[in-house]
Design a protein around this ligand. Structure first.
Ligand code: HEC
Length: 137
C-alpha cells in the first residue's frame, strides 16, 4: 500500500503537468484569447457627497435591499408591509439603530447574519447611522 501511494503521487503530478496546459488552452479558446472581466467584480462605490454609511450599505446590503425587481430584500419587505412602509430600507423613517444591528447580527429568513469578521462594529455603526438618518428619535 505504501509503495502504491509512493507511485501515485508522481503519477498525479505527471497527469497535472499534461492536463493543466491543455485546460488553459481550452479556456483561452473559449474567450478568444481575451480576458473577460467577471460580472461578479463589484464596481467601486463612489461615496463622495453621500451621508455616512452609504458606502458600507451599498457594499453589504444593496444587493438585496437596493431598487429593482431582482432584489429579494426589497421584494420581501414590499410583501410584508404592502405599501404601509417603503420597501426600500434607505427610504424608511422608522428604523432604529438597535433594530438594524439586531437584524444584521442575527439575520432573518433568507437574510444571512453577518459576523464581526464580515462587517465590523464600526461599519455596522455607519450602516445603522445611514438607515436611521431620517428617523425622528
Ligand atoms: C441575501 C439578501 C440580503 C442581504 C445581503 C441583506 N438583507 Fe436584510 N433582509 C433580507 C430579506 C429577504 C429581508 C426580509 C425578511 C422577512 O421579513 O421576510 C430582510 C430584512 C431586513 C430588515 C428588517 C426590516 C423590517 O422592517 O422587517 C432589516 C433592518 C435589514 N434587512 C437590514 C439589512 C442590512 C442593514 C443589510 C446589510 C448589512 C442587509 N439587510 C443585508 C435580505 C437581505
Amino acid at each position: 500500500m505504501r509503495k502504491l501511494s509512493f507511485l501515485l503521487f508522481p503519477a498525479c503530478v505527471l497527469l497535472l503537468g499534461v492536463w493543466a496546459p491543455r485546460l488553459q488552452a481550452q479556456q483561452g479558446d473559449s474567450e478568444q484569447g481575451k480576458r473577460v472581466k467577471s460580472e461578479w467584480t463589484p464596481a467601486p462605490v463612489d461615496g463622495s457627497g453621500q451621508p455616512r454609511g452609504y458606502v458600507q450599505f451599498q457594499e453589504y446590503c444593496s444587493a438585496c435591499h437596493g431598487k429593482g425587481v431582482d432584489k429579494p430584500g426589497t421584494l420581501a419587505l414590499q410583501a410584508k408591509y404592502k405599501g404601509e412602509k417603503p420597501a426600500m430600507l434607505e427610504e424608511r423613517t422608522d428604523l432604529s439603530t438597535q433594530l438594524v444591528k439586531l437584524y444584521v447580527r442575527n439575520g432573518i429568513t433568507v437574510m444571512p447574519f453577518f459576523r464581526k469578521t464580515e462587517i465590523n462594529d464600526a461599519d455596522l455603526d455607519a450602516i445603522a447611522a445611514y438607515l436611521t438618518r431620517n428617523t425622528k428619535q
